[in-house]
Design a binder for this molecule. Structure first.
Ligand code: BEZ
Ligand code: FE
Length: 302
């Protein structure tokens, strides 16, 4: 076959995919080709514009390293990460809802026992916060010995992995035999997604802002239960309705309540008044459902 034009080309490319051994790959590539061709036709893409697109994608790739994952960021601001999350995580009734992983998860964080202090070694001081709660089944029964992977930005809106320092406001928090956990941290603050690369340029060029509402990340895992990758957002945050990556869910908004108790603050080693977040996570039983694999930025670019 030769002599292709805009009416015959798509079918010819799809035809060449028909012998792919992996049927799922064939399905995905067939659909991708059809949609890409339809997109070019719909906007009548010029050669200059497509070259700009290629330059942009090249810059996205060149911005990636073992600490920075510009492609995840691109997927996040296009709503594609949240779309994939929504398609794959229909929350079981009563279970904690899933949301985006984001690019700042890191393996190997320190393990903290009950009452651990994630403020240890943190280079930017924030508002002292005690986070307490339980990990429960959807029937309300405690799940003993679960693990919470916790990470959040410092009060300056920067994650530890962005500055390459030690782990800060990040840890693997152990849940005790009664299904309870407690740790000390700082109140999260709203922050900007990294905007010093091509994705930042795209946000500006399309008149979009770069802010995420304040949140703490959590991955909740327990043997026999579906792992959940989630956030706890801060009630009252100005960006809850306008998250740059579309990740907010009503069920994930928590109240950071002020506690004025000098004796308790002293016992905890926190300033008075301090803040307290009381937050339960709820997991659905595994029942053959494959757990979402947690991808670290370094894994993603390997
Ligand atoms: C985050 O919450 O850490 C995040 C998510 C998406 C893009 C950038 C940051
Ligand atoms: Fe975050």
């Amino acid at each position: 076959m030769r002599q292709f034009n805009e009416d015959t080309l798509t079918a010819a490319v799809v035809e060449r995919l028909k012998d792919a051994k992996d049927k799922r790959l064939r399905q995905i590539m067939t659909s991708a080709v059809k949609h890409l061709h339809a997109f070019a036709q719909e906007v009548h893409l010029t050669e200059e514009e497509w070259f700009e697109g290629i330059k942009f994608l090249t810059a996205v790739g060149q911005k990636c390293d073992d600490k920075r994952q510009e492609f995840i960021l691109l997927s996040d601001i296009l709503g594609l990460s949240m779309m994939v999350c929504a398609l794959n995580h229909k929350t079981a009734p009563g279970a904690t809802e899933a949301t985006v992983l984001g690019p700042f998860f890191a393996h190997g964080a320190k393990v903290y026992e009950f009452d651990g202090d994630l403020r240890e070694g943190c280079t930017v001081k924030g508002e002292d916060t005690l986070v307490v709660g339980r990990v429960l089944t959807t029937a309300g029964k405690p799940i003993p010995n679960a693990t919470l992977d916790i990470w959040q930005a410092k009060a300056d809106g920067i994650y530890d992995v962005q500055t390459g320092g030690e782990f800060e406001l990040r840890g693997r928090v152990k849940v005790n035999a009664k299904g309870e956990y407690a740790f000390k941290s700082y109140k999260p603050k709203f922050y900007s997604v990294p905007d010093d690369g091509p994705v930042g340029e795209l946000l500006r060029a399309t008149g979009n802002h770069k802010m995420r509402p304040a949140h703490m990340h959590a991955v909740v895992s327990a043997p026999g239960y579906q792992q959940v990758i989630t956030h706890v957002f801060v009630d009252g945050d100005p960006y809850l309705d306008d998250d740059a990556v579309y990740a907010v869910k009503d069920s994930l908004v928590g109240k950071y309540k002020k506690v004025n108790n000098a004796a308790e603050a002293k016992k905890l080693g926190m300033s008075n008044p301090f803040l307290k977040l009381d937050w339960d996570f709820t997991l659905a039983p595994e029942r053959g459902v494959k757990a979402r694999k947690v991808i670290a930025p370094s894994d993603a670019v390997a």
